[in-house]
Design a protein. Structure first.
Length: 414
């Protein structure tokens, strides 16, 4: 594939966006159900393609879990498509209306973004999630996955495109770039004439590369250096349970816990048990000097640790002398994703939620809940860590814009 081929993809997507924007809710829902059925029927073909990706020795060990598909995960993708059917169609939804002094009737109406570009890595499920969400929200989509998941992504996209053809719709509503080269990715980021918005999903490095080099508007997502602050009023068992869930349940994802901050008033009492439980679950523990004074065999943390998203069974712990110090540390080193306080003190929770700069701020709950399914969105196309347009888990409404529809009866402006 070369730049001319990429421009052709853009032209096809733009034309297809006009087609899909005119589809009714029932027709879109019928196609989503057909997507889900076809995905299940072709499970064997998807798993065979995924095996080719997993056989690539260049794949980093920490990404194996994200990359791996099995029957359960394919079923989960199909379930996600079916859940979209039950969600309200945002297109043509009315956000408000009024009449001006000149008698004009103004309506604010939801519309699709147009053509969405997805750049992602190591997560073949994003192919289905992104395509399904964009389809329901009336957008065409161009998918560019990483080379490590190329076979899986191509197979999944082919299944969806075949369904569109079988239903006499333009298959270019969903397109995929089959050349994962960095050069072509850069050209994709500059396709401003045809792509309305880019959404990157993956490592902090990938996301920052897209943000830095794209000419197309970008919704920044994903990087998750997430913290749990254990307050002096925390209940020990609750704190331990939340830390273990946040770190261990699925360490490779962006909403897993990477750092623990703990108030010095309870550190000496709580840290030995917390660290022992982390180790029982296979977690490598790093810590600052104060942590190592309490548990001497903790690996020393270096300055880079506080800014690192591990995506692995590794965690770093720091002792702080106040909630204010914890908030300062989080706002300096966090990625504005998901932050947690464990505390039985109501005011401490209020202060934390008010002052921490993140898309999702929890009191007494795991950061693992930052997820489109858990928030009731049916699915998500990513977790936005910026403040413009969308923030947090991005569902259907985040894939729309709006326009003003104005009706008059001959008014002219004086």
């Amino acid at each position: 594939m070369n730049k001319d081929d990429l421009i052709q993809l853009g032209k096809q997507a733009q034309q297809a966006s006009f087609t899909i924007s005119n589809l009714g809710t029932k027709q879109k829902n019928d196609i989503l159900l057909a997507f889900a059925d076809a995905l299940e029927q072709q499970t064997a073909a998807v798993l065979a393609a995924n095996e080719k990706d997993l056989a690539n020795s260049a794949v980093e060990a920490r990404f194996i879990d994200r990359l791996t598909l099995d029957e359960g995960r394919i079923e989960g993708m199909a379930t996600g498509l079916r859940k979209l059917v039950g969600l309200k169609d945002p297109i043509a939804e009315i956000d408000g209306g009024w009449e001006t002094e000149s008698g004009l009737r103004v309506i604010k109406q939801r519309v699709p973004l147009g053509v969405v570009g997805m750049i992602y890595e190591a997560r073949p499920n994003v192919t289905i999630d992104a395509a399904g969400l964009c389809f329901k929200a009336g957008n065409a989509v161009i998918l560019r996955g990483g080379r490590e998941s190329l076979h899986s992504n191509l197979q999944l996209a082919m299944i969806l495109r075949t369904v569109l053809e079988q239903h006499h719709l333009d298959p270019n509503i969903i397109q995929i770039i089959d050349d994962p080269s960095h050069e072509l990715a850069q050209q994709f980021m500059e396709l401003t004439e045809y792509v309305d918005v880019l959404i990157p999903r993956g490592s902090a490095r990938l996301i920052q590369t897209v943000v830095k080099h794209a000419s197309v508007p970008v919704i920044e997502t994903g990087a998750g250096n997430c913290h749990i602050y254990v307050d002096q009023a925390a209940e020990e068992q609750m704190a331990t349970d939340i830390i273990i869930n946040g770190k261990v349940q699925r360490p490779s994802v962006c909403n897993s816990t990477e750092k623990v901050l703990i108030h010095q008033a309870v550190a000496k009492h709580m840290l030995p048990g917390i660290i022992a439980t982390l180790r029982d679950n296979g977690v490598e523990v790093r810590g600052d000097d104060a942590t190592r004074q309490i548990v001497s065999d903790v690996i020393p943390a270096n300055p880079e640790d506080w800014d690192t998203e591990y995506n692995a069974l590794v965690i770093a712990i720091k002792v702080v002398d106040s909630e204010e110090a914890a908030i300062r540390h989080i706002n300096q080193h966090g990625t504005h994703h998901s932050e947690v306080i464990v505390s039985d003190n109501y005011q401490a929770g209020v202060q934390f939620q008010k002052q921490v700069d993140a898309a999702c701020v929890y009191v007494n709950a795991s950061s693992r809940f930052t997820d489109g399914f858990e928030f009731g969105f049916g699915a998500e196309i990513g977790i936005s860590t910026q403040k413009l347009h969308a923030r947090g888990p991005m569902g259907l409404r985040a894939l729309t814009s709006y326009k003003y529809v104005i009706n008059g009866n001959g008014q002219v402006r004086k």
